[in-house]
Design a binder for this molecule. Structure first.
Ligand SMILES: NC(=O)c1ccc[n+]([C@@H]2O[C@H](COP(=O)([O-])OP(=O)(O)OC[C@H]3O[C@@H](n4cnc5c(N)ncnc54)[C@H](OP(=O)(O)O)[C@@H]3O)[C@@H](O)[C@H]2O)c1
Length: 340
């Protein structure tokens, strides 16, 4: 295995997006030169070609929910100045304990600080799908890993089941619709706004509900599994349309104008009310990116069963605009950041 030794403390610098205080994207995000990361024994040094924006990147700026700041790290100011999570690029060097990636491999995965020229992933790095460009591959990791975990691990999806994806048109939702079909769901319903109805059909949804006209919780259809990306309904409303034994897997919450708690107040209410389950259960989870799931996604993508939907590509210098767009809560597929 080829291994390249790195100095213990790098003196080289790289371009990276940073934020050194809490606030809204356009107020705090800047492009700067910072120290290039050094390579640990279990890590891969990746030259990043593209990244993509997730809601967690938006929340990590701490402007949307003051009470989230200690969870992000830091109270008066962020402990880690870097931003970003998803990356796709080329492995330049690998630590001595890394056996599944070699220098020169095209890889994708998750590592904090991915809006930068270099990252050093450890747990979540794998060869990228060969049939995707770097920009497309960067749109996959966090959103698709979340959708995969929601359906397969937390939702326990069984072949033939009826699935509803509430919020089937954004980052997580576009993957959830495709993955539900790929994992054998019998019938998949996507819920989205009118401008995204056709896209949801093209992704494989058997039925699409335009939420501006119809409310899925008032309809006559029943579901074994609801993957709720949008978080717009109460537990009581969801109970109406879940079959006995059915599961609601909640991945997210709507954007909130409460600057103190952000989405956390609503999440707490939903969780508390779900204690009265009436034979149905609610699961909330935080995605744990790993190599195995990245490899599963690579296979599904190379087999043509799943594809990322890229809404728009931004240059690194315009990450603040991409984050502002993410904060509006109506992204169509993924917002990608080109790093070159
Ligand atoms: N638990 C985890 O580990 C994890 C991981 C990743 C993401 N998340 C969370 O999951 C959520 C979604 O993330 P994302 O990256 O997919 O965000 P996103 O790209 O902004 O997508 C959100 C989607 O919600 C839809 N939506 C908005 N209002 C709606 C409504 N009233 N009814 C139904 N759909 C509605 C929007 O579709 P339209 O434009 O068609 O309205 C949009 O496509 C966020 O809250 C995020 O924090 C959690």
């Amino acid at each position: 295995m080829a291994t390249m030794a790195m100095p213990a403390e790098s003196t080289q610098t790289m371009k990276a997006v940073v934020r050194r205080r809490w606030g809204r994207p356009r107020d705090v995000v800047e492009l700067d030169e910072i120290r290039k990361p050094t390579l640990g024994d279990d890590e891969v040094l990746v030259r990043v070609h593209a990244s993509s924006v997730n809601r967690s990147d938006y929340y990590s700026l701490g402007g949307a929910a003051i009470l989230m700041r200690p969870m992000i790290g830091g109270f008066l100011r962020p402990k880690d100045e870097r931003v970003g999570g998803d990356f796709a690029g080329v492995a330049e060097a690998v630590g001595k304990n890394v056996t599944d990636v070699r220098p020169g491999d095209e890889v994708y995965g998750v590592r904090s600080g991915a809006f930068s020229e270099y990252v050093t992933p450890k747990l979540a790095v794998a060869r990228k799908p060969a049939n995707l460009s770097f920009e497309e591959a960067a749109a996959v990791p966090i959103a698709a890993l979340t959708a995969l975990e929601a359906l397969r691990d937390h939702g326990g999806l069984q072949p033939g089941q009826r699935v509803l994806v509430n919020g089937g048109s954004g980052g997580v939702g576009t993957f959830a619709v495709q993955l539900a079909k790929a994992l054998g769901a019998g019938h998949v319903t996507a819920v989205c706004s009118p401008r995204n109805v056709e896209q949801a059909r093209q992704l494989g949804a058997d039925a699409v509900i335009d939420y501006t006209r119809d409310d899925y919780a008032r309809g006559g259809d029943r579901y074994d599994l609801i993957v709720d990306v949008a978080g717009t309904h109460s537990w009581r409303q969801n109970l109406r349309v879940l079959v006995p034994g059915g599961t609601l897997v909640l991945t997210g919450m709507p954007m909130s104008s409460n600057r103190l708690t952000g989405p956390m107040g609503r999440l707490a209410r939903l969780w508390l009310t779900s204690r009265i389950g009436r034979g149905r259960r609610l699961v909330f989870f935080v995605c744990k990116p790993n190599r195995a799931n990245l490899a599963t996604l690579r296979e599904l993508i190379e087999d043509g069963k799943v594809r990322p939907t890229v809404d728009r590509v931004y240059p690194l210098a315009e990450v603040a605009d991409a984050l502002e767009a993410m904060g509006e809560g109506h992204t169509r597929g993924k917002l990608v950041v080109r790093i070159d």
